[in-house]
Design a binder for this molecule. Structure first.
Ligand code: URA
Length: 236
């Protein structure tokens, strides 16, 4: 990376304004003054300004992925299965990114990945009750009376689930599509809620986390969050 960009990432000044101290001979790389603006430095170089070491301020990365089914939500899998990290481009592959929360192997949809541990903790913390939206498909026609049981809460592992919002999106004669909004993040929660009423979820996709929406992302696509999306998460 060019020396002026490096200094800017250290918070010295804007990239432009970092040229002046270089030309004035106030910047050293590995103990030697550098005045050439074309000098490149890497993470392994020791860079100083006025003989004080400068280091880049960690700039966190925030990504949204449309996880396809058939990938494990982890950074490495002892069984050798494909992980969501395999879907990251080279640009992000070496960064210390990790997934926020979990989607099952067979579940697809919105998954966040970040280098920001504090933010990840806040998003995942049950106290913050961020609602998560799913689209689920269930074989045959599901009755409103059955869904009412789920809306009111069912007992999983001895603990009742919180109220959830469930809306029927359609029935095509074979399969019922429903939208499920829950504010907890218990293990396989949506699938187990339906199991508790003897129904099997045959397709599950997360379409939203709080106000963040998956939109029209294709399966396996990854994009950086927009500034306003990061701001939203930081307000949580
Ligand atoms: N509920 C599930 O059953 N599975 C998921 O992956 C997420 C929520």
């Amino acid at each position: 990376m060019r020396i002026n960009k490096y200094l800017a990432e250290c918070g010295v000044a804007s990239r432009r304004n970092c040229e002046k101290p270089i030309l004035e001979g106030r910047v050293k790389v590995n103990g030697k003054v550098v005045k050439n603006l074309a000098t490149d430095v890497s993470e392994d170089d020791q860079v100083s300004l006025d003989d004080k070491k400068v280091t880049p301020i960690a700039k966190h990365i925030y990504l949204m992925m449309n996880k396809p089914k058939g990938y494990v939500t982890t950074t490495s899998d002892e069984k050798g299965r494909k992980t969501v990290m395999d879907l990251l481009s080279k640009k992000f592959a070496s960064k210390r990114l990790f997934p926020v929360g979990r989607l099952d192997y067979d579940t697809e949809g919105l998954l966040l990945l970040t280098t920001d541990g504090d933010l990840a903790n806040r998003i995942s913390h049950p106290r913050n009750e961020i609602h998560k939206t799913y689209v689920a498909k269930i074989e045959n026609e599901v009755q409103e009376s059955e869904l009412n049981k789920l809306r009111d809460g069912v007992v999983l592992d001895g603990v009742r689930t919180a109220h959830s919002r469930i809306k029927v999106l359609g029935f095509d004669g074979k399969v019922t599509r429903v939208e499920v909004v829950i504010s907890e993040g218990r293990n396989r929660q949506v699938r187990r809620m339906f199991e508790s009423i003897n129904r099997e979820v045959i397709f599950l996709k997360r379409t939203g986390i709080g106000e963040l929406k998956l939109g029209g992302m294709s399966r396996g696509e990854v994009r950086e969050l927009k500034a306003e999306e990061v701001e939203y998460l930081k307000r949580i």
